[in-house]
Design a protein around this ligand. Structure first.
Ligand code: ATP
Ligand code: MG
Length: 300
């Protein structure tokens, strides 16, 4: 099937989950168990995904050669939604030299001595590269919003910690992203939307399988208790920061195969639209290449 055609098909699946204007967005408009009526076997889904990752690898090679754009992929989700697995699978074909993953955990003392964006800015992708944020500056309006004691640790002047702090932070994030998109950074933000029931199932599996015990943390169970607060914070974040140039994708996450396909498709579709090509060679360069060829041919 020609790529154009595949792209048209992909678009049909990605569109329902793209949020490019936040006004009026409601989280409950997306069903975490949705698969768009697709019922693929494991093998079929894996094969489709493999094609997508291969395609992405080719696009990434041109992105690197062009050295004009960079791609920032932001992943946010509740625990066990499959961020790690999605990143691993979707990026599996990409040249490691053109791609970097940063996982943001609790801030260090040094981080806390700076403005909240500081540690994220340091990790932004260079031109020509793909940067993946596994958690991101959005934690500053998620976990920090849900737990007042985390905000406390940031030691902000009291006058700046008012009722409007979250709206202000969200506006700051939206402006920051506007700025980046005017600097050649393409931003895609993924919220892997997991249901509370599916999370419970996955936690249970971690407890049942010894090789998954390392993934289990009692803190995850505690955070589950704040589910409604997190959903509210996510909804507010998406509403305030979704824009055509830095859209959110609210991806159903109860079925891992579907999550991975949608994420891969959204990335491929976006990069494809850049209409990337390898840099054109000018006359001087052609001459240089011909000279090199002649020199090599003359060697004994
Ligand atoms: P996994 O559990 O799959 O290894 P993870 O991203 O959940 O991945 P953890 O080490 O379990 O990694 O958790 C990281 C923790 O760091 C999360 O609880 C998150 O809320 C917290 N965190 C991330 N950014 C911030 C921040 N800016 N301020 C406070 N806490 C943060
Ligand atoms: Mg965790």
């Amino acid at each position: 099937m020609p790529r154009r055609e595949i792209l048209d098909r992909i678009q049909k699946y990605v569109d329902p989950f793209r949020v490019a204007t936040g006004n009026g967005f409601r989280l409950n408009s997306v069903d975490p168990a949705d698969t768009c009526g697709l019922q693929l076997g494991k093998g079929e889904a894996a094969e489709l995904l493999a094609r997508g990752t291969q395609w992405l690898a080719e696009e990434q090679d041109m992105l690197y050669a062009q050295d004009r754009w960079s791609l920032l992929l932001v992943f946010q989700a509740m625990d066990a939604a499959g961020k790690d697995g999605t990143i691993k699978h979707v990026m599996s074909g990409v040249n490691p030299q053109g791609c970097q993953v940063f996982s943001f955990k609790q801030p260090s003392r040094e981080d806390l001595d700076h403005d909240f964006m500081w540690r994220y800015v340091k990790c932004l992708p260079e031109r020509g590269r793909i940067g993946i944020f596994n958690r991101s500056y959005y934690e500053e309006v998620l976990v920090v919003r849900v737990h007042p004691e985390v905000l406390e640790r940031q030691r902000l002047p009291a006058a700046d910690v008012g009722k409007k702090i979250w709206d202000q932070r969200l506006a700051d994030i939206a402006h920051f992203e506007d700025y980046l998109t005017r600097q050649g950074t393409i931003i895609l933000k993924f919220f892997l939307h997991l249901s509370r029931e599916e999370q419970k199932k996955r936690f249970m599996q971690r407890l049942d399988r010894p090789h998954k015990h390392w993934k289990f943390s009692a803190a995850d169970i505690r955070e589950r208790g704040f589910w409604a607060d997190y959903m509210h914070a996510f909804e507010e974040a998406i509403r305030a920061t979704a824009s055509p140039r830095a859209p959110w994708f609210v991806v159903p996450a109860d079925n891992k195969w579907f999550t991975r396909l949608i994420v891969a498709a959204a990335i491929v579709e976006t990069v494809e639209k850049l209409d990337l090509s390898y840099p054109k060679i000018d006359a001087a360069k052609k001459k240089e290449l011909a000279a090199a060829r002649a020199a090599l041919a003359r060697e004994k």
